[in-house]
Write a protein that binds this ligand. Structure first.
Ligand code: SF4
Length: 78
């Protein structure tokens, strides 16, 4: 099943765990907060199957639970 991913930027503390674990998925913006590169953090494109292991590990290692994963696309603005 498809998974959609976004970072809750109100919760992100910019610790770097996610980018360290999954640099193909996460990057940091000018504010020092993480975002999902796939769709500019909109959570509207399904994560490719080959990145799911990295995603799961990053999700586990996020200290603030800022990484949000859902089975349906998010409807939000960055
Ligand atoms: S692991 Fe979580 S808190 Fe740390 S930078 Fe990534 S999203 Fe932000």
């Amino acid at each position: 099943m498809a998974r959609y991913v976004t970072v809750d930027r109100d919760e992100c503390i910019g610790c770097g765990n996610c980018e360290g674990i999954a640099p193909d998925i996460f990057e940091f913006d000018d504010e020092g907060l993480a975002f999902v590169t796939l769709d500019e953090n909109q959570g509207t494109y399904p994560m490719p199957e080959g990145k799911m292991d990295q995603l799961a590990e990053a999700f586990e290692e996020c200290p603030t639970e800022a990484i949000q994963i859902a089975e349906r696309p998010f409807n939000k603005s960055k």
